[in-house]
Design a protein around this ligand. Structure first.
Ligand code: PMP
Length: 292
């Protein structure tokens, strides 16, 4: 099946066996690049414009000039889904600083940025079975402080998130909760986090984690449904005393949490507000940009 996949590399669609990038690519050598993760539902790409804005802003923030216009990048993303014949897909566009033929970190010693777009057929949450009730565990690995790297940059350097996730998996959980250096809840390794306490929806402000597009969608839905909502700094105290918790992400969707640090939550089932949001989200995702 995978043999038939076509991958976009710098303007060409290549079969999987030829979809290769040089070992001199700075993304490979140093994690010097940015990426996005989008979903296509029933032939329509969800929040394409928002993902493009974040991709171009991420690149700009680390001084990479994407060699495609915003419109051409959108076109390339749609085409990648189309040439693969997918209706429901996860799409990952990558932009790296390019090839660094000369030795060393100097960002001037690079060719023009490399663009890769990978589409995979996927219909449900990337958490699969675990999405019925996710088990979270707090990670000892902390989030990189904003003074080092602004969390709004969706850089390809996910090592810290991977280590935090591995720690959670080793403890029998599915996903982690990452804290900042002061102990405030930031996000998961690949998703944002929401709590519900006494009927109020809570999430950390954007400076704590990635400015998630699903997160923003949930906030908009909550407003429409008149669900009380606050952006506020949260600690594990709030997680342990929450009535409901869920995580959000393009790949994940809205996923209810059944357990935090092995302590069950909500009897293992999605809570009332989580369910309300899941239902409304299932409607909103139908309103994407058609690939045809
Ligand atoms: N936080 C992190 C660290 C992520 O990698 C992601 C996306 N996978 C998210 C949050 C969720 O962002 P979005 O809703 O835009 O997919």
């Amino acid at each position: 099946m995978e043999e038939n996949w076509k991958v976009y590399i710098n303007g060409e669609f290549l079969p999987l066996k030829d979809a290769k990038i040089s070992v001199f690519d700075r993304g490979f050598q140093y994690g010097d690049g940015v990426f996005e993760g989008l979903r296509c539902y029933d032939g329509k790409i969800f929040k394409l414009e928002e993902h493009m804005i974040r991709l171009f802003d991420s690149a700009k923030a680390i001084h990479i000039q994407i060699p495609l216009s915003h419109a051409d990048m959108k076109k390339a993303i749609k085409e990648t889904v189309r040439v693969n014949g997918f209706k429901n897909a996860h799409i990952k566009p990558f932009v790296t600083r390019g090839y660094g033929w000369k030795l060393g970190l100097d960002p001037r010693n690079t060719t023009k940025p490399n663009i890769v777009i990978i589409a995979r057929e996927i219909a449900e949450s990337m958490y699969g079975e675990a999405s019925k009730g996710l088990r979270l565990a707090v990670a000892s690995v902390r989030k990189i402080p904003t003074a080092c790297l602004d969390p709004r940059v969706k850089s390809v350097g996910y090592l810290i998130n991977i280590l935090a996730r591995a720690e959670a998996i080793a403890s029998g959980a599915d996903e982690c909760i990452m804290l900042d250096m002061q102990g405030y809840i930031c996000e998961g390794s690949g998703d944002n986090i929401f709590l519900v306490k006494r009927g109020v929806l809570l999430t950390p402000p954007v400076q704590f984690g990635l400015e998630g597009i699903t997160r923003q969608t949930v906030i908009e839905i909550a407003k429409e449904l008149s669900i009380p909502f606050h952006e506020t700094a949260l600690t594990m105290y709030d997680a342990y005393t929450a009535d409901e918790i869920f995580v959000t992400g393009s790949g994940a969707g809205i996923v209810p949490v059944a357990e935090v640090d092995k302590k069950p939550l909500g009897g293992g089932k999605a809570g009332r507000i989580t369910n309300q949001l899941i239902e409304a989200y299932a409607e909103v995702i139908k309103k994407g940009e058609p690939i045809e």
